[in-house]
Write a new protein. Structure first.
Lengths: 128, 108
């Protein structure tokens, strides 16, 4: 079978990729800052911030602003464990990708291949 | 051995290091005028990815739900030394489900 690349080549050095990583991995910014004037502690700043994409935020249970409807299908899909297909790069349900094959390009994991060889072996036995 | 996630260079690699290792900025500044302390700042700043933040115990914003599957995955999942894809420790010890890599010890 011809080995086609389905996803466009991802650039790995650009700013877009950098932002993509930050949003995907999430960023925690915690800061305690004290400003003192003439020896007197005047201003205190305490920051507990988390920066992430909607999907990552939903996965890690960050609180959303009040009034956000969390019952939509997009939210339910966001929480499902997904993985990028190593061959075509498309996001696929992790279980499906590991246990059967990538529905986009047909890539098979080592586990799926092992399962298939066992099945083939069983068929051969029946025929003989 | 098949490499499923190749090493990258440049800005994204740098960012990966910063996110994965975390950054601590611990800075005290003082502005003096003739022995009189005019202005001083004390800053303790921590920057890290969610994964690292969880490992080193940084506090997350209030009302963060720390009982989701993703938090549990951070503790149980390891990346395969050969292909870099993540799977749980038990899955890995039986051979990486992604690329088939197995530790010498488990082959015995």
């Amino acid at each position: 079978m011809e080995n086609r690349t389905l996803a466009p080549e991802k650039e790995h050095s650009g700013l877009a990729d950098a932002i993509d990583r930050i949003l995907d991995k999430g960023l925690v910014i915690n800061a305690d800052i004290i400003v003192s004037v003439a020896g007197v502690e005047l201003l205190g700043i305490k920051i507990r911030a988390a920066l992430a994409s909607f999907e990552t935020a939903a996965k890690y249970g960050l609180e959303f602003p009040s009034g956000t409807n969390l019952e939509t299908t997009a939210w339910k899909n966001a929480v499902i464990d997904k993985e990028d297909c190593p061959q075509c790069g498309k996001q696929v349900n992790r279980d499906e990708l590991l246990n059967s094959a990538c529905p986009w390009c047909g890539w098979e994991s080592a586990r799926a291949k092992k399962k298939n060889t066992i099945k083939v072996g069983a068929k051969v036995e029946v025929r003989s | 051995m098949v490499t499923l996630k190749p090493e990258e260079a440049g800005l994204s690699r740098l960012l990966d290091i910063i996110l994965d290792k975390g950054v601590i900025i611990d800075a005290n500044t003082k502005v003096n005028l003739k022995d009189l302390e005019l202005l001083g700042t004390k800053a303790r700043i921590a920057l890290a990815s969610f994964e690292m933040a969880q490992k080193v115990g940084l506090i997350f914003p209030e009302n963060t739900n720390l009982n989701t599957q993703s938090w549990r995955d951070l503790v149980t999942k390891r990346s395969c030394p050969a292909c870099g894809m993540e799977s749980t420790h038990t899955e890995l010890s039986e051979g990486c489900p992604w690329c088939g890599f197995s530790y010498i010890q488990s082959e015995r």
